[in-house]
Ligand binder design. Structure first.
Ligand code: CP3
Length: 327
């Protein structure tokens, strides 16, 4: 049967009571390093609803920590970097990633998951710009002024930082493919803060290298960011096979911008899912109407599932997408 596939960013997480039980009293980074825990957290949402893909339970900062940087993930805050990057000496602290020895637990979890799963497993990495935001700011930030400051003030140092992060991301994603992931998503969550000129100059070349390097991997490559309406044509040029969009751009307009020769993923506002079903259903149907039954649409939220979401809402969404797109 052919129908539009659906999965949810952050489908593993705090909105699930069984996730909160698994998480209870533990450090999140220790959880990411335990293959058994990664397998369990990855599978939890699949026991609840027939989503069409699993996403590896991990975090974008895992390979950064593995490459020698002191990072914690503070509950309710996000990644915090003990010594934020401000100089060339800081960039030198990033060593290259040897996946077999630096992140063996990730690769082991992928191999274990492939034995359990009947749907494709999505591997992922953070994009260099979004990783740089955490490294330079030292934590979450509303305006990323330190990151942009470094970029404009010291373009050569920025280039070195992008090259180092790009190398880590490429090695990490290649190792995930070799271990068995069947699709890749690159999260450039915060890149929507840039104007198109700066994106083209300071980010696009590194993204192109990442996707070019994976072109022979034979798996779908999803390129996602938030607030990227004005960057979509440039993101298309980076070379992924699917572009993920948030809710700010109507799906058909986003698809026109990236071109109908690539897929699109999205784009229901995750905050809508906090409302009763009567409010969710028409918004979900509007996304489907805009996708117009074209092949290449992957239904998703425009960003991750919010912690207050009812499990039942996501279950009904999966059923709705499946029922309405059968062809
Ligand atoms: O989607 C999934 O189900 C897979 C798991 C996943 C996590 N992080 C687990 C996680 C994925 C794909 C990520 C990627 C990630 N991490 C991104 C890109 C996606 C996005 O949301 O834009 C970003 C920006 C991060 C950085 C990060 N890590 C943030 C902002 C937070 C949230 C802080 C909080 O507590 O609200 C984290 C922590 C984190 N990563 C959690 C999970 C399940 C929450 C940890 C907890 O249970 O306390």
């Amino acid at each position: 049967m052919d129908r539009t596939p659906v999965w949810f960013m952050r489908q593993a997480g705090r909105y699930l009571p069984e996730y909160r039980a698994l998480r209870e009293g533990r450090d999140i980074l220790e959880m990411f390093r335990s293959p058994q825990t990664v397998v369990e957290a990855t599978l939890q949402p699949l026991r609840r609803m027939p989503v069409d893909a699993a996403i590896l339970f991990s975090d974008i900062m895992v390979p950064i920590m593995a490459a020698g940087i002191d990072v914690t993930i503070d509950p309710g805050v996000g990644p915090v970097v003990a010594e934020p990057f401000r100089s060339a000496a800081d960039v030198d602290r990033l060593r290259s990633l040897e996946p077999d020895t630096d992140v063996p637990y990730v690769l082991e979890a992928i191999r274990l998951l492939r034995k359990e799963l009947s749907v494709p497993l999505i591997g992922f990495a953070g994009a260099p710009f979004t990783l740089a935001c955490y490294l330079v700011e030292g934590g979450p930030s509303p305006f990323f002024e330190r990151t942009k400051g470094l970029m404009h003030r010291e373009p050569q140092l920025w280039e070195r930082l992008m090259a180092a992060l790009g190398g880590i991301v490429r090695a990490y994603l290649r190792a995930q493919v070799d271990a068995g992931v069947q699709a890749i998503q690159v999260f450039d969550s915060w890149v929507g803060t840039l104007d198109p000129d700066d994106y083209a100059l300071f980010v696009l070349p590194t993204m192109r290298e990442i996707f070019d390097g994976l072109a022979d991997a034979g798996v779908p490559l999803i390129h996602f960011g938030v607030g990227t309406g004005e960057l979509l044509t440039l993101m298309r040029d980076a070379g992924a096979t699917v572009v993920g969009v948030d809710w700010r751009v109507p799906l058909h307009e986003a698809w026109e911008r990236v071109g109908f020769d690539v897929g699109v993923q999205g784009n229901l506002d995750p905050a809508v899912c906090l409302a009763p079903w009567e409010a969710v259903e028409p918004k979900a149907l509007a996304v489907l109407r805009r996708a117009a039954g074209r092949p290449g649409h992957v239904f998703n939220l425009g960003h991750g599932v919010l912690p207050g979401t009812q499990v039942e809402t996501l279950q009904r969404l999966v059923d709705l997408v499946h029922e309405r797109t059968e062809r």
